[in-house]
Design a protein around this ligand. Structure first.
Ligand SMILES: O=C(CO)[C@@H](O)[C@H](O)[C@H](O)[C@H](O)COP(=O)(O)O
Ligand SMILES: [Zn+2]
Length: 216
């Protein structure tokens, strides 16, 4: 029996003929809709300069004082956390010393241990309580502003003397009340909020990098 025949006998593998009539993915309508929404989004983001700048000042002050930035979020926002932490420890646009930032979303042993033994709502709070020091800056990213594990960690951060920054969406959820500065992207669509979040995150990296460029 040939490899090809073996494949098509496999009930898990659809023969090519069954695939062809399916709707072909077309990019243009998605692009057009996205671009339309992004234009609206950028008009809204233009109103958020003050909060975006306040958060950047807070982060730059944290690093200047020899403290660190700790980021947390779920799903796509977890990816943003590790992406942004890497911009700080690695580099963004300029050659400069590494900056102290860590994502609390990457240690699968810690996440599974704490999740398994204490509950998923504790996965960030417990890492933060173990690793955070007064003067550090906790950054929570949540499109709904209402993920219990992020909210709980921000609450704990405050009691431990960390500063708190939020990046949220929709109406901001409960996050704003727990943050020294919260940037809320007032859009109903999670994907668009996430795209705005990584844009704002990159703005933060650029502003912080610029502000610390003179440090040895
Ligand atoms: O990326 C996406 C959807 O675009 C998902 O992974 C999404 O991040 C997850 O559903 C998160 O659990 C949503 O949490 P949050 O942003 O509301 O805090
Ligand atoms: Zn996503």
């Amino acid at each position: 029996m040939s490899l090809m025949a073996r494949h098509t006998d496999d009930p898990q593998v659809l023969p090519a003929a069954d695939i062809r009539p399916w709707p072909r993915p077309v990019a243009r309508p998605y692009f057009e809709e996205s671009l339309h929404q992004h234009r609206l989004l950028f008009q809204v983001l233009d109103q958020l300069h003050p909060q975006i700048e306040q958060a950047a000042v807070l982060m730059a002050d944290t690093l200047r004082a020899g403290r660190k930035i700790m980021l947390m979020g779920n799903g796509g926002s977890a990816a943003d956390c590790q992406h942004l932490a890497a911009e700080f420890t690695g580099r963004f646009q300029q050659e400069r010393r590494p900056l102290a930032a860590m994502a609390l979303t990457t240690d699968t042993s810690a996440l599974t241990c704490i999740g398994n033994d204490y509950g998923f709502e504790h996965v960030f709070e417990r890492q933060l309580a173990g690793l955070g020091q007064p003067g550090d800056c906790a950054v929570g990213i949540s499109t709904s502003g209402s993920s219990p594990n992020v909210l709980r960690a921000l609450e704990r951060a405050r009691t431990l003397g960390l500063t708190t920054v939020g990046l949220s969406g929709r109406d901001g959820g409960a996050m704003a009340a727990l943050c020294d500065v919260c940037v809320v992207v007032p859009h109903p669509d999670t994907a668009r909020i996430q795209e705005a979040h990584i844009f704002i995150g990159h703005c933060w990296c650029g502003m912080v990098e610029q502000s610390l460029a003179a440090l040895p």
